[in-house]
Design a protein around this ligand. Structure first.
Ligand SMILES: CC(C)(COP(=O)(O)OP(=O)(O)OC[C@H]1O[C@@H](n2cnc3c(N)ncnc32)[C@H](O)[C@@H]1OP(=O)(O)O)[C@@H](O)C(=O)NCCC(=O)NCCS
Length: 146
């Protein structure tokens, strides 16, 4: 089930973060800050047996009407069951409900998630060669609806 995160989920969200991204992760207190700032676009995916299997965060930006998908992650063992796509649908619906006009995101060009985003209608609008680190590039993708 996809639902809005609540405060009691944040420890489990951080566990997903470490599971999925290893050591290159947001610190645990970031999720409390994200919850306070963007709680209406912070979703979690409940797995079977009461586990928390994924999360997605949308964030506001300095550009009027533009939100960013800041992070999307599903535990390895729970992938390929539609949770990532369902989290994205929940995020996009919540973003649209706020009267925004587009969503942007950052993704490594080799990440299979690029296909997920393309299938949702995102298009590449930019590329930076040294974003995540030296010679570690990103694509910027955008989905416009307004
Ligand atoms: C990206 C991620 C969230 C997808 O989660 P998921 O629950 O496996 O995704 P879904 O099962 O909803 O699949 C959604 C679509 O993406 C495709 N997809 C997902 N992972 C894929 C992969 N490794 N290779 C090819 N296609 C993939 C699926 O085939 C599916 O396509 P469909 O829309 O035609 O059915 C997950 O793989 C993940 O956490 N990756 C590591 C973290 C990451 O890179 N996050 C994105 C940062 S930008």
């Amino acid at each position: 089930m996809i639902r809005r995160a609540d405060l009691t989920d944040l420890r489990a969200v951080f566990a997903v973060e470490r599971d999925v991204f290893g050591t290159h992760v947001y610190p645990d207190f970031f999720f409390r800050q994200a919850f306070d700032l963007w709680g209406d676009t912070f979703f979690v995916a409940d797995g079977e047996n009461g586990s928390l299997d994924g999360y997605g965060i949308g964030a506001s930006s300095h550009e009027p009407g533009v939100l960013w998908v800041l992070s999307l992650a599903v535990r390895g063992a729970s992938r390929g069951r539609g949770l990532g796509k369902a989290l994205m649908h929940a995020l996009l619906a919540a973003m649209k409900a706020r009267g925004t006009s587009s969503a942007k995101l950052t993704v490594h060009p080799d990440n299979p998630a690029v296909a997920l985003y393309r299938n949702l209608g995102f298009e590449v609008i930019g590329e930076e060669p040294h974003y995540f680190g030296e010679k570690d590039p990103r694509l910027v993708m955008e989905l416009r609806w307004g």
